[in-house]
Design a protein around this ligand. Structure first.
Ligand code: R5P
Length: 263
């Protein structure tokens, strides 16, 4: 692997081979998502606890100070909206040159396996990997799940493996039963999305189950920034991912921090 690419990936995935990525890219097709109405307000307090920040270039430019040392994972696919009938209708939306100008540590693109535009999104992933390899920028493949897809190990394993075969340097997917099979069959690191907001303890259990079944970490959004106490939540997630904390201990930590904050 090229030294620059390796170095960038090592900035995201820490020495313990784990990572807590903070995903705030939802607006690229959802618009002003709950909790991200004013992105700067949401991002700033969480940034010190994120191993990387995943977002679009518009939010990076407007809502993140350029003196940050937190690695940026730039979403470079889009072109659809929540109103689209076909969510897989995505293309590459940012050139590699602009990603480099923005000094990103990785770029991210969604693939839609089994959906109408499967072919285009998978070929786009390959093209992005070619560009990334040229300049030493790692590529994160996001295995987006169409409305009608079942999130099981067979389907997610297929998506992750295809992403890795196309050359993605790491993959983001969903946690599922038999998740270890998904990880085993994917030769690059796998991180999980948090999904829709759930009670904090459930989201912590999701992070625990994922890392204890082989995930490199989380790329979590709504379960952090939509929490009543986002900072307490990201700290609790960190305890699971980086300190191998058990769910009950991480939840205690969350509750304790919450209490302190409300004093
Ligand atoms: C989805 O395509 C986006 O990449 C989201 O940022 C991602 O799914 C992670 O966010 P959440 O934890 O809210 O699911």
């Amino acid at each position: 692997m090229c030294w620059g690419l390796d170095n960038r990936l090592n900035r995201i995935i820490k020495q313990d081979n784990r990572t807590v990525m903070l995903a705030v890219d939802h607006g690229y097709f959802l618009g002003p998502t709950t909790g991200l109405e004013v992105p700067k307000k949401t991002i700033e307090p969480l940034l010190p606890y994120a191993d990387s920040l995943m977002l679009t270039r518009g939010i990076l430019r407007t809502s993140v100070d350029s003196d940050t040392s937190v690695p940026i994972v730039l979403r470079v696919s889009g072109g659809n909206s929540i109103l689209s009938k076909e969510l897989s209708d995505e293309d590459i939306t940012v050139s590699m040159e602009d990603a480099i100008r923005l000094n990103v540590s990785a770029v991210a693109l969604s693939i839609y396996v089994g959906s109408k535009y499967e072919h285009r999104t998978i070929v786009n992933l390959s093209k992005l990997v070619d560009e990334g390899e040229k300049y030493g920028i790692p590529v994160l493949a996001v295995t987006a799940v169409g409305r009608e897809m079942v999130r099981d190990a067979k389907y997610l394993g297929l998506c992750c493996r295809i992403a890795a075969e196309m050359g993605a340097h790491f993959v983001k997917t969903y946690y599922c039963e038999d998740f270890e099979k998904v990880v085993k069959n994917c030769p690059v690191p796998v991180v999980i999305a948090g999904g829709k907001k759930t009670p904090e303890k459930d989201a912590l259990k999701l992070a625990f189950d994922a890392v204890s079944h082989g995930a490199t970490g989380v790329d979590m959004g709504r379960n952090i920034f939509q929490s009543e106490n986002p900072v307490a939540m990201i700290k609790a997630v960190r305890a699971i991912v980086h300190e191998n904390a058990f769910v009950d201990d991480a939840y205690e930590l969350f509750k304790g921090l919450e209490k302190e904050q409300n004093k």
